[in-house]
Design a protein around this ligand. Structure first.
Ligand code: AMP
Length: 189
């Protein structure tokens, strides 16, 4: 089984690269952000509860996100592996993932961290905001997403660094080139 976390700050290209990775390695894709946006679009109880928070660039609770992950594990018992995009976003989520993987008799293969300078990220996200229709791709929300990232998400890299499974990958360049870097790392795992 191949269980990969694609890690990185907002706008690093995780969503784009995930589309290629899931296809090449036949992985079940879990983008917590995408699932949460679907809940908002469906105006479900959860969607209504988190709409404002996500629009403003804040993080939803660890418990909600862990529940989403567990549901995916239950729904895909025979998968070749999972590709996590945008999860874990807090150290607590990383711990919860460990517990869940253990519960379902799985283990983490590796964490690939896309490295991109911040000024490039903001530019990319503002550009994406012109067509993405995402409520959080505006300057004010982007700023808050970065605050959340540095305060709560970046510490996750230390968590995995200590475990020896963090693999930094240069996220600057054209899409096929970055994809090749990612595949080189995965194939060596
Ligand atoms: P993303 O599509 O990964 O950029 O996520 C969009 C938004 O969804 C984030 O800014 C958060 O508000 C929320 N979100 C996505 N994944 C998580 C997570 N693992 N933990 C908390 N909030 C999340």
């Amino acid at each position: 089984m191949l269980n990969i976390i694609l890690f990185g700050p907002p706008g690093a290209g995780k969503g784009t690269q995930s589309q290629f990775l899931r296809e090449k390695y036949d992985l079940t894709y879990i983008s917590t952000g995408q699932i949460l946006r679907e809940e908002i679009a469906a105006e479900s109880e959860l969607g209504l509860q988190i709409k404002e928070l996500i629009g403003g660039g804040g993080l939803v609770s660890d418990e909600i996100v862990a529940h989403i992950i567990e549901k995916k594990f239950i729904d895909h018992p025979d998968t070749a592996g999972f590709l996590f995009d945008g999860f874990p976003r807090t150290v607590r989520q990383a711990e919860m993932l460990e517990e869940l993987l253990k519960k379902y008799d799985m283990s983490l293969t590796g964490v690939l961290s896309l490295e991109v300078p911040e000024e490039m990220l903001i530019e990319r996200m503002l550009e994406r905001g012109k067509t993405s229709g995402r409520a959080d791709d505006n300057l004010e929300s982007i700023k808050h997403r970065f605050e959340e990232y540095y305060e709560k998400t970046h510490p996750v890299t230390d968590f995995y660094l200590e475990k020896g499974c963090l693999h930094p990958v240069n996220g600057v360049g054209d899409i096929p080139e970055i994809f090749e870097h990612l595949c080189t790392v995965i194939d060596a795992l």
